[in-house]
Design a protein around this ligand. Structure first.
Ligand code: PAF
Length: 290
């Protein structure tokens, strides 16, 4: 695997692959890799001849007071994992390469609607930061296909909309959430949890499963979500949001069948997110509103 920090080197390396007619896949990451990221690399391998991973802790997507400085940085372990996973190129630019004049005056990409509410509501500017850096990575790598995890469900929706609206010829693939044996969705932020918090953390997914079962039985959406929030508070979480949306993140109505439960909750120092799809029953059993 070649590790490249320089934009010109990246461009010339990828140009050679492209001239040979090889298909390129991109896996954007912020490092501190776990099995969830390796599933993205495995997916990329299946869809392309050349797999490029990027590793960049993007300052533009962190708000004031968020964990930019403390975000785990494990570069050499990440390099080893990517090599073993069969990645061909690791692009790991410095912030000064992607944002040579700093963040303030840098062009920002804003994806309306998809980026509003949920994580976009509680982390203002977050998805502008994600859309901006992903647009830059797409322009630099010009991949045929790019793989993103479904844990960041809203991020995936934002990126699909970005690519559609800007007519980027890139196939976006969502990769299912990888969970620990106890159900906790893998995340770099799980490392912030104490041993006690780590044993509580799977209750986030457990709660989503309980709510899904209730909703699929036809229980009222409003009261089910309220019960879920209460259960999270009782377990020691501070819920940020717990919502039911249709699969494209629009509001649920009486005709919605394919829905998704989305949750974000603080547990100690960590903000955890998770989601679970729900097949709503037909008929009057499903009452909209949250
Ligand atoms: O999902 C992430 O790790 C980041 O948001 C991404 C897509 C790499 C952009 O910085």
């Amino acid at each position: 695997m070649r590790t490249l920090r320089d934009i010109d080197q990246l461009r010339s390396t990828l140009q050679e692959y492209r001239q040979r007619g090889q298909r390129i896949a991109l896996v954007p990451t912020m490092g501190n890799l776990h099995a969830g990221h390796l599933a993205l690399v495995a997916c990329a391998r299946q869809h392309a001849d050349i797999v490029v991973a990027s590793l960049f802790v993007n300052p533009m997507q962190f708000g004031p007071g968020e964990d930019l400085d403390g975000y785990p940085r494990t570069f050499s372990a990440d390099q080893t994992q990517l090599t073993e996973a069969g990645c061909d190129v690791l692009f790991a630019p410095a912030a000064s390469s992607l944002y040579p004049d700093g963040l303030e005056t840098h062009t920002r990409v804003h994806v309306p609607v998809a980026g509003e509410g949920l994580c976009g509501g509680s982390r203002p500017g977050h998805f502008d930061g994600v859309s901006t850096v992903v647009s830059m990575l797409f322009n630099l790598v010009q991949p045929d296909v790019a793989c993103f995890g479904e844990k960041d469900y809203q991020q995936l929706a934002v990126i699909r909309k970005l690519v559609a609206d800007l007519h980027m010829p890139i196939e976006i693939i969502g990769v299912p959430i990888v969970r620990a044996d106890d159900g906790l969705a893998l995340s770099s932020r799980n490392g912030y949890l104490s041993a006690e918090e780590r044993s509580t953390a799977p209750l986030l997914f457990g709660t989503l499963c309980t709510l899904r079962d209730a909703l699929e039985r036809g229980d009222s959406i409003e009261s089910t979500l309220q019960q879920g929030k209460n259960a999270l508070y009782d377990a020691g979480f501070v819920p940020d949001y717990l919502e039911l949306r249709d699969a494209s993140l629009g509001p649920v109505n009486k005709t919605t069948r394919q829905a998704v439960l989305l949750a974000a909750a603080k547990l100690g120092p960590a903000r955890l997110i998770d989601n679970l799809s729900v097949q709503l029953p037909s008929g009057d059993a499903a009452t909209a509103g949250h």
